[in-house]
Design a protein around this ligand. Structure first.
Ligand code: LLP
Length: 420
């Protein structure tokens, strides 16, 4: 993975050795490469330089303020899915004029806040949502710019839990009755119909489903134009996959850009993209220590101090993540089930994986954890959060500390009538 390498047998993120960080920060912790994030963002701007584009980083993938600031400095906008994410984006310096708001359940408060801030557009997912936006906008004399999210009914060929563009998914409006919904939108006060939006799923490694969806979208936009709508924005969503496996080839951003250009370029619209995983996924690792090596009857367990509460992807999506030792001098190999401390069988990172023979206190890294890692973590089993570290060249900074047990427990209150 870019910006991750072994120097003198120690894994480094850029020019910082992970064991140096581990001397100062207790494991488990997340560690991100600032340069890797910049490089993946720049790969998008380079690939799309012939089109009028706005990259709206999908904040949900990793919403740490330092990550958002890194992207804000590069000129990125944000794709948000809650009032909380709008606040995070604004506080990291992403202007409201570059924020698009997606999600099926935007509440009254969230819509009012977004209108007040003057975001770029709402990606609308239903008729009742349209009506509510119209009502709130008219009450405050505002004009809400909207795109309607179309569900193109294509198969994204990805994990069932992260596919979104099939007609049985809860997302978007079926392409079959979207035309009427556009008519309805145009009839509502306080609404400015400006675009069309689509997002068919996440971790797509085959570009064909994009081609299919964008082709349907182009036909659909032609029809909308005939109906008299002034469509100037096409939001193509996110979803470009990354390589999780060893030497796995990532879908090519230039090829992706040429698909977008050939399917949608002739429409002369502003193209919005919402990449998340492909910006931060391979820019981060989770560093953990071996607590015990336990020999079972049939298998050997490598019990580590990171758990499913820190990284839920393997248990939730059967996701594969590469696991490597921080120190790679050990040549002998063993077969392990790598498991965490949480009291659930699902707290398993991998089964039957051949890894360098390890012992207590050895440091290991789980790769490709920059996206949907820390953001999906919890305090289950009253485990403290894994801190987050950002490396830039030869320096590193803690960008989210580990809370203390006192702070964690102090978040809860015992009602008076319960305490004696
Ligand atoms: N736009 C919308 C409307 C989305 O729903 C998503 C992701 C994105 C953009 C960004 O997609 P990306 O470029 O990151 O693929 N937790 C799962 C992934 C869930 C993705 C949800 N939506 C995982 O760990 O694989």
């Amino acid at each position: 993975k870019p910006y991750i390498s072994y120097i003198n047998n120690k894994m480094h993120i850029e020019n910082v050795s992970l064991d140096t960080i581990a001397e100062q920060v207790e494991t488990p912790f997340y560690c991100y490469s600032h340069s890797a994030i910049k490089a993946s963002y720049t790969a998008y701007t380079t690939a799309f330089n012939q089109l009028d584009t706005m990259i709206c980083y999908a904040v949900k993938a990793n919403s740490n303020q330092a990550i958002l600031k890194t992207l804000a400095n590069l000129g990125s906008g944000a794709d948000v899915v809650s009032g909380g994410e709008i606040r995070r984006a604004l506080s990291a310096g992403i202007p409201a004029s570059k924020i698009v708001f997606s999600g099926v359940a935007k509440t009254k408060d969230e819509i009012a806040f977004a209108l007040d801030q003057g975001i770029f557009q709402f990606n609308v997912e239903s008729e009742p949502e349209l009506l509510l936006i119209s009502q709130l906008a008219t009450q405050t004399n505002k004009l809400a710019a909207i795109s309607i999210r179309i569900n193109p009914n294509v198969c994204a060929k990805t994990h069932a839990k992260i596919t979104t563009g099939k007609s049985e998914n809860k997302f978007g409006i079926p392409i079959t009755n979207a035309r009427q919904v556009y008519q309805y939108a145009a009839s509502l006060p306080g609404i400015k119909v400006q675009g069309v939006d689509v997002h068919i799923g996440s971790q797509l490694t085959d570009l064909q489903p994009f081609r299919e969806a964008f082709a349907k979208l182009a036909d659909f936009i032609a029809m909308l134009t005939m109906d008299g709508h002034d469509i100037s924005v096409i939001d193509i969503g996110g979803g470009l996959g990354i390589g999780y496996g060893e030497n796995e080839i990532e879908p090519d951003k230039n090829e992706y850009a040429s698909i977008v250009k050939s399917c949608l370029g002739h429409l002369n619209c502003k193209i919005i993209m919402e990449p998340g995983r492909s910006i931060v996924g391979n820019a981060g690792v989770l560093v953990s220590s071996v607590v015990y090596v336990k020999k079972g009857d049939e298998r050997q367990f490598l019990i580590i101090d990171a758990g499913m509460n820190d990284l839920i992807r393997p248990s939730m999506y059967d996701a594969y993540h590469q696991i490597l030792p921080v120190d790679n001098t050990e040549q002998e190999m063993s077969v392990y089930d790598v498991v965490g401390p949480v009291c659930e069988t699902g707290d398993t990172f991998t089964k039957n994986r051949e890894l360098p023979t390890a012992k207590t206190d050895d440091l290991i890294t789980i790769l490709s954890c920059g996206a949907y890692g820390s953001v999906m973590s919890s305090h289950y089993n009253t485990r403290l959060n894994a801190p987050e570290i950002m490396v830039n060249d030869a320096q590193f900074s803690v960008i989210k500390p580990r809370l203390s047990y006192e702070e964690l427990i102090a978040q809860e209150t015992i009602p008076d009538w319960l305490s004696q």
